[in-house]
Design a protein around this ligand. Structure first.
Ligand SMILES: *[C@@H]1O[C@H](CO)[C@@H](O)[C@H](O)[C@H]1NC(C)=O
Ligand SMILES: *[C@@H]1O[C@H](CO)[C@@H](O)[C@H](O)[C@H]1NC(C)=O
Ligand SMILES: *[C@@H]1O[C@H](CO)[C@@H](O)[C@H](O)[C@H]1NC(C)=O
Length: 325
């Protein structure tokens, strides 16, 4: 009974990707109004567990070589904001951070493999960065003009971002005064790949918007965020997108559901779950530092609050701060 839908999805993905590039216009709706239906398990212990979730591999590639994340800073970014984000990326492979750590969180992502059994890479490096300070494509971007922003970054006459489709990811971060099509209402970030007709290459990329001004609270967390945590906001979605890019870079590898146009990916299933007991509107057990700020994992220099991801072996959401680990 399970074989047939897998085959169907596989054929559907291949055919859709080859025949109708139009599906490339579709973002992945990470803030699905009803996605909590999927994450509400009957058991409080197994966060997000559900007999209905069938996370499946659809034969596409995953990022098994050392991953390099190249950043495009679009618009005006403060040095301090950039530092927090760089440090988060550098924390992913930092094995010596205090537990529970960001590297421990990435371990769940590493459980995913490709057809040959090769795991997602342990190593994530921060690559090159490009500043697009003067809003080269304006303050309102569409899903297509986002690809033009990436094209400008990889074809710039000075210090273009390097192209390496095997291990390079592009992370486009838009500042808080930039509106991207459907931002806030339907999406807070999405990942996809560029079209050779626009960019010249098929490159996995993710866009994450800074929601601080346009829709704080909608796109950062599903609950009110105290002021002192402002710096943490974008990280939640960035962790979400990087984990999904690694497991599903060309949108034909790891996702649940039968619809490749609206796949449910490994971080979607765990939206709003940050600790043991999480689900529904409860984040789960978190930690507090001495200033009262809430976090659930340690990076190399600071603490972060990052959403858990789906563990396809245990069939529930897991994270480094799980109480039963
Ligand atoms: C979400 O669920 C509610 C209640 O079950 C339903 O009325 C609503 O139409 C659903 N929304 C979407 C977008 O599916
Ligand atoms: C991958 O990263 C590891 C750890 O940083 C390094 O030892 C190794 O040489 C890298 N491999 C390649 C092919 O770059
Ligand atoms: C690689 O993936 C397999 C299957 O999910 C898992 O059992 C194994 O522990 C993973 N290895 C690493 C290094 O994560």
């Amino acid at each position: 009974m399970h074989q047939f839908p897998v085959l169907l999805s596989l054929i559907a993905v291949s055919v859709l990707l080859m025949v109708t590039p139009v599906i490339g216009y579709r973002p992945w709706p990470h803030l699905k109004p009803n996605s909590s239906d999927l994450t509400l398990g009957s058991s409080k212990k197994f966060e997000g567990s559900s007999e209905f979730v069938q996370m499946r591999y659809h034969m596409g590639p995953v990022l098994t070589a050392n991953i390099t994340v190249h950043i495009v800073w679009y618009g005006r970014w403060q040095k301090s904001q950039k530092k927090i984000i760089r440090e988060f990326i550098n924390s992913i492979s930092a094995v010596d951070a205090k537990r529970p750590s960001v590297a421990g969180w990435w371990k769940t992502v590493q459980l995913y493999t490709d057809q040959t059994g090769a795991n997602i890479s342990h190593t994530v490096h921060l690559g090159e960065e490009k500043n697009d300070r003067f809003y080269s494509h304006g303050k309102k971007l569409t899903r297509l003009s986002i690809q033009s922003v990436i094209k400008s970054a990889v074809t710039a006459s000075t210090k273009p971002l390097p192209i390496n489709p095997r291990s390079g990811l592009f992370l486009l971060l838009t500042s808080d005064d930039v509106y991207v099509q459907d931002f806030c209402g339907q999406v807070c970030g999405f990942h996809y790949f560029t079209f050779p007709s626009i960019v010249g290459y098929t490159l996995p990329y993710a866009w994450v918007g800074n929601s601080a001004k346009l829709c704080p609270g909608v796109c950062a967390y599903p609950f009110a965020v105290p002021k002192y945590m402002t710096g943490f906001k974008p990280l939640n979605v960035i962790g979400h997108e990087i984990a999904e890019l690694a497991t599903n870079p060309l949108v034909n590898a790891w996702y649940a559901g039968q619809d490749p146009v609206a796949p449910v990916e490994i971080a979607d299933l765990c939206e709003g779950i940050y600790g043991t007991g999480g689900g529904g509107s409860y984040t789960g057990q978190l930690l507090n530092d001495k200033d009262g700020a809430t976090f659930n994992m340690n990076g190399i220099g600071r603490r972060y609050l990052v959403q858990w991801v789906w563990n396809h072996i245990l069939n529930y959401c897991t994270g480094p701060n799980a109480l039963d680990q």
